[in-house]
Design a protein around this ligand. Structure first.
Ligand SMILES: Nc1ncnc2c1ncn2[C@@H]1O[C@H](COP(=O)(O)OP(=O)(O)OP(=O)(O)O)[C@@H](O)[C@H]1O
Ligand SMILES: [Mg+2]
Length: 390
């Protein structure tokens, strides 16, 4: 996962847009939301974004979010830690460090103070009556951290600070649970950008991220460029398979790509997987032929099931599997109502199982009343399983 591919196919437009966004700061601040199913190349694209930003003089901090950061305090402290890292990276060169020494030192002290103040959030929560009026507001603390970090980074000669958060669909606000980390983050970044602070935010994750963000702040739609990644488009889907072979001077049948694309439907992870297995199965320096492909195909499919699908399916209860099968009946997406009908159970039971499958990252709601798989070709897999297991 996140492995740099030998040839990055079909991402020119996203890279070009991103470069323009960097150049637009601080007059035209823009953030990026990257969404897509499992294995479509989100993490790899973030790596490229980070490299472009670094080349243009930005400091980049990257983080993979986890369930543990749902908690406001944990999230706040993580963001301050990211800011601290940004400051340490701002001045890698000795000369910059020397020039900005005292400013950076001061920034780190302010960040330390913010951590202490954030910890006060949890203390004050424990004693609500006496301290509630003095409780720090998460959004204000985040803004202060971003602001001071950007000032520090600028003093070390950097153009700005880029925060890049992967698996961000795991950040879900809940009024019921009193968690508002995502709203606080969006509000803090929006305020910083209004005040011309050069901070840019990338949020990347599975498709539910879009809905989580819209719920957290309705204006987030206008703050972010949406990059929706999907299967690679022709002819780049073929190039993703062919170019690495051609460049490594491995001979192959020109018809081979057609067969690989028919099975993988242009999904990047699947293309890489087929490529790697074919490469290894046919001894060097023999040409890889369509005949090899035909012979190896059952083993390829089995290995793909094993690597990509089995573990995900195994994490589901018997009822959840029935629910997945009820979605798979119609392909890769279907109507919510049809699923409930097929299961023949009450609405509440179906709803809670759907909720669990959404949090496991297996399904999502592409639009009202619809359910779809977050894992490409999962429907195919489940239909194969149902045929075999009965
Ligand atoms: N544009 C591309 N061209 C060719 N191969 C790609 C491309 N993007 C990604 N890949 C390959 O696809 C695989 C999956 O990429 P990546 O891990 O970035 O996907 P992802 O969307 O982050 O998946 P997940 O949702 O599981 O985190 C990697 O092996 C990567 O090298
Ligand atoms: Mg990823």
């Amino acid at each position: 996962m996140g492995l740099e591919p030998p040839y990055l196919a079909d991402r020119q437009q996203q890279l070009l847009r991103f470069t323009r966004f960097l150049d637009g700061f601080p007059d035209f601040p823009r953030n990026v939301r990257v969404t897509g199913l499992r294995g479509v190349g989100k993490t790899v694209l973030l790596q490229r974004f980070a490299a472009l930003a670094e080349d243009s003089g930005w400091v980049v901090v990257r983080r993979e979010l986890g369930e543990n950061l749902q908690d406001e305090l944990a999230f706040g402290l993580a963001l301050v830690e990211d800011c601290r890292q940004a400051i340490e990276r701002s001045s890698r060169r000795a000369e910059a460090r020397h020039r900005a020494g005292s400013a950076l030192h001061q920034t780190l002290e302010i960040l330390g103070g913010i951590s202490v103040s954030l910890a006060g959030v949890s203390i004050s929560l424990k004693t609500p009556s006496s301290q509630s009026h003095r409780r720090p507001v998460l959004e204000d603390e985040l803004f202060a951290a971003l602001n001071t970090t950007c000032i520090g980074a600028r003093s070390a000669g950097r153009r700005g600070v880029l925060l890049s958060y992967d698996e961000a669909h795991l950040l879900r606000d809940s009024s019921l649970a009193g968690r508002h980390s995502l709203s606080a983050l969006l509000a803090a970044v929006a305020r910083a950008q209004r005040e011309r602070v050069p901070v840019m935010l990338i949020l990347c994750g599975l498709p539910p991220l879009t809905e989580n963000m819209a719920r957290a702040k309705s204006y987030s739609e206008r703050m972010f460029q949406a990059e929706v990644l999907d299967a690679l488009r022709p002819p780049e889907d073929g190039n993703a398979f062919i170019r690495p072979l051609a460049e490594s001077r491995r001979p192959f049948d020109p018809k081979l790509a057609e067969f690989v694309l028919a099975d993988t439907r242009g999904y990047p992870f699947h293309i890489q997987f087929y490529g790697a297995l074919l490469w290894e199965a046919v001894p060097w320096p023999d040409a890889i032929t369509v005949e090899h492909f035909r012979r190896l195909r059952p083993a390829l499919l089995e290995a793909l099931d094993h690597a990509f699908f089995d573990a995900r399916f195994a994490r589901c209860s018997r009822f959840e599997r029935r629910l997945l099968a009820a979605i798979a009946t119609d392909g890769e997406a279907t109507d919510h109502r049809a699923v409930v009908q097929r299961l023949g159970v009450g609405h509440d039971l179906a709803k809670s199982a759907i909720g669990r499958l959404v949090s496991k990252g297996l399904i999502y709601r592409p639009e009202r009343g619809r359910l779809a798989f977050s894992v490409p070709m999962f429907g195919d897999y489940i239909r194969r399983k149902v045929r075999v297991d009965g």
